[in-house]
Design a protein around this ligand. Structure first.
Ligand code: TRP
Length: 371
């Protein structure tokens, strides 16, 4: 039987090096055109860790794009990745509250639960069981090379590498492969994980074989790199809950105004869009632009020499206008927890059906169906 081999096309390559990034970008543009032609060829899976509340970084960076893909007719599977919460921390935190908040955000921004399967790791045992055969298909060296895992370990300030942190990309491969998703909308940091998932799909086919001789058990998923602009936090650093520099979708209009009042700007009263030299001012312009659809340069011209105060007033207005209907839906949904739980139950049920079918194929391919 074949070993996990290390031939060139089969090793975990540097999926984030510039040449391969350029290829992924070109392929993503091609996929966009294919979606326009025939959205039914694709099944999307994407996931979020329920570690906090969704903020504008998430919304502009990926969530908005997912809702658009769904509206364009692509079948979507949306995972609330609760087992991934404990990759880099000890406890799961207030998980129930966070999962429900995330689900509320999904629905409030327009994800349609009639069309999307929204589900959680912990409720789908067969998905988790795929981890076992998958672990047999990766090498320890490969796991240690994953740049995203390395970066996550560094961000934990001296924690020891846990077995789960090291191997969660394999678990993530199970997320993607179990439902036979062929498209994963992601940011660059997730590319190594996607590459790992493709390797597992190929190696499974080589090592354990097929049930149907005409098709492998697992489909090979591709990345869809979104071109969404990357917004920073209100201090010009990465937007993240721990820095207190976010605007969360669930905040009120007043809280949003208050946060924006404290946002960092600079001393030059003439507002210009210049991301390199004026990152904070430009980031606020970018947010106003993403919210209103008006180009950041145009907004800058309109503000002219109005200074940071006028800029903040403008961003506050644009964001609150964009967020108003989302917040209204959110408030409605929050009143109806039974409905939220029902959505999760239905999503989990559907995910279980598909995961059980996939696991049955896996067990058959591996000749473990002997009783
Ligand atoms: N790792 C992703 C993140 O940290 C979340 C995630 C879990 C995911 N499973 C996934 C993303 C499957 C894409 C596909 O954001």
């Amino acid at each position: 039987m074949a070993r996990v081999s290390n031939t060139a096309e089969e090793t975990l390559s540097k999926s984030t090096d510039s040449a391969s990034l350029a290829r992924t970008q070109a392929r993503s543009a091609e996929i966009e055109r294919e979606i326009d032609k025939d959205p039914s060829r694709f099944r999307i899976l994407t996931g979020d860790r329920p570690t906090g509340h969704l903020h504008l970084g998430h919304y502009f960076g990926t969530i908005k794009n997912r809702v658009e893909l769904q509206k364009r007719g692509v079948e979507t599977w949306q995972l609330i990745a609760d087992y991934q919460v404990i990759t880099d921390r000890d406890g799961v935190g207030p998980l129930r509250e966070r999962v429900l908040s995330l689900l509320t955000d999904y629905l409030a921004v327009g994800m349609d639960p009639q069309k999307a399967t929204i589900f959680t790791h912990s409720a789908v045992p067969a998905l988790n069981q795929l981890m076992l055969p998958f672990l047999s298909l990766v090498t320890e060296a490969e796991l240690h090379r994953n740049p995203t895992v390395k970066a996550e370990l560094e961000a934990t300030d001296g924690r020891a590498m846990s077995g789960l942190l090291l191997t969660y990309p394999v678990h993530q491969a199970a997320d993607i492969l179990f439902c036979r998703a062929n498209l994963v909308p992601v940011g660059q940091d997730q590319l190594p994980h996607l590459e790992q998932a493709r390797l597992i799909a190929t190696r499974f086919d080589k090592r354990y074989g097929r049930v149907d001789p005409d098709r492998p058990v697992f489909r090979r998923p591709e990345a869809l790199l979104s071109e969404a602009a990357h917004v920073l936090g209100l201090d010009g650093e990465k937007m993240s809950k721990s820095r207190g520099n976010t605007i969360e979708l669930r905040m009120s209009a007043d809280e949003t105004a208050k946060r924006l009042k404290k946002a960092k700007t600079d001393a030059d009263r003439v507002i210009t869009y210049d991301p390199v030299n004026r990152p904070e001012v430009s980031n606020l312009l970018l947010m106003a632009s993403m919210a209103s659809g008006v180009a950041p340069e145009v907004i800058a011209d309109e503000i002219g020499d109005g200074g940071g105060g006028a800029l903040k007033a403008r961003v506050t207005e644009d964001l609150n206008t964009m967020l108003a209907p989302i917040r209204a839906r959110r408030a409605e949904l929050e009143k109806n927890e039974d409905y939220l739980i029902q959505i999760l139950r239905e999503g989990n049920e559907r995910a279980n059906e598909v995961a059980n079918e996939t696991l049955a194929d896996v067990i058959k391919a591996m000749h473990m169906d002997y009783v």
